[in-house]
Design a binder for this molecule. Structure first.
Ligand SMILES: CC(C)(COP(=O)(O)OP(=O)(O)OC[C@H]1O[C@@H](n2cnc3c(N)ncnc32)[C@H](O)[C@@H]1OP(=O)(O)O)[C@@H](O)C(=O)NCCC(=O)NCCS
Length: 186
């Protein structure tokens, strides 16, 4: 049965993964790419659970690593559908790492994945069920998700326009205090 609306809690996902030595980078900390891959995995699981269909990652917003993750720590990812459009869903992901020995839990990052449901045969975007918002937090997350989508669209439009109108020769004269040297071929 295709439901028109689904509860946020129906598709919430928690993923736990131990940070093993093979996840380390040259500096001995967990590679950022490992965390991104786990985030992509949980975003897909959460979005596909809501949409009950195949989904793709359309974009990823704001991945700011606040703290390094150490080998031996337990990483926990919490994912929830914050906002739903027609075929797109914003999945909010909070990542925490836990050091058992020290008894310390750190916030690693909070990021937002835009996922789009697709018809597997036609590869066209597919309408997804709406969200039943049953707490103040869920209402706030939905509002923020909607505002992020509008802000991103505005930014994309503004930046595209800026690119069309830019006088690059003029802009290049403003690079004197920047960390670059212009050495164009003669
Ligand atoms: C994401 C994708 C399906 C959008 O296709 P499209 O033809 O632009 O579709 P539309 O313009 O009809 O947009 C469909 C929805 O996606 C959203 N969308 C499109 N591009 C987006 C982006 N970069 N970021 C966030 N949302 C996006 C639109 O806002 C729209 O949302 P809505 O239906 O809720 O209003 C298409 O660009 C694609 O297949 N990209 C490749 C995805 C991929 O391979 N990911 C990596 C591996 S999983």
């Amino acid at each position: 049965m295709n439901e028109k609306f689904r509860l946020v809690t129906d598709s919430q996902v928690i993923l736990k993964e131990l940070m093993v030595p093979s996840y380390a980078n040259f500096g001995g900390k967990v590679h950022g790419g490992v965390i991104l891959s786990l985030m992509d995995k949980i975003a897909y699981t959460c979005a596909a659970s809501h949409a009950k269909s195949y989904c793709v990652t359309a974009s990823v917003d704001s991945v700011n690593f606040l703290n390094p993750v150490e080998v031996g720590e337990l990483l926990t990812l919490y994912a929830s559908v914050n906002y739903v459009g027609r075929s797109s869903m914003e999945v909010g992901i909070r990542v925490e790492s836990e050091d058992f020995h020290a008894g310390v839990c750190k916030h690693t990052n909070t990021s937002y994945f835009s996922m789009v449901a697709l018809n597997e045969e036609t590869r066209k975007p597919l309408a997804v069920p709406g969200l039943i918002l049953s707490s103040e937090t869920e209402v706030q997350r939905f509002v923020k998700g909607k505002l992020r989508k509008l802000a991103k669209r505005q930014y994309t439009e503004d930046f595209a326009k800026l690119g069309d109108d830019l006088d690059f020769a003029q802009e290049a004269t403003k690079l004197k205090k920047e960390n670059c040297k212009i050495k164009l071929p003669k």
